[in-house]
Design a protein around this ligand. Structure first.
Ligand SMILES: [Zn+2]
Length: 129
């Protein structure tokens, strides 16, 4: 691929700041800095599932050179056609990957739920509770 894979985006930064303030203000209170970037890669998970976004913790070594504790990557090519509301939800989703442990240390939190659409449609999301 020619050209850079990642870029800063005013839109993503603006949306990120809005969603942080509205949905995860405790991260701001804790001084956790999140940077938002777009990627032009058409990233997939497995063979076909499009990845819309990702939340990555900045490694300790890189943290020395980077002012952000976490980086949210938005896969631009995979988000074509999403509404502004959907983009906000995507950013909220990515910010929910930022967990804080008992010692107050931030970490990348996995999803609460992993399920197939067929099961959700027929049995609901909480069939096992
Ligand atoms: Zn996720």
């Amino acid at each position: 691929m020619d050209g850079p894979e990642y870029a800063l985006s005013d839109k993503a930064t603006e949306w990120g700041a809005e969603v942080l303030e509205k949905k995860r203000p405790e991260l701001l209170d804790l001084g956790i800095a999140v940077g938002f970037v777009v990627s032009f890669k058409k990233k997939t998970k497995g063979k076909t599932k499009k990845v819309l976004g990702e939340c990555k913790k900045t490694q300790d070594l890189y943290r020395l050179f980077c002012p952000y504790d976490f980086l949210v990557v938005i896969y631009d090519q995979n988000c074509v056609g999403l509404t502004d509301d959907q983009m906000h939800t995507l950013i909220w989703h990515e910010l929910l990957h930022i967990g804080i442990d008992e010692k107050g240390k931030p970490y990348v939190k996995p999803h609460d739920v992993e399920e197939f659409n067929e099961i959700i449609n027929e049995c609901g999301l909480r069939w096992n509770e």
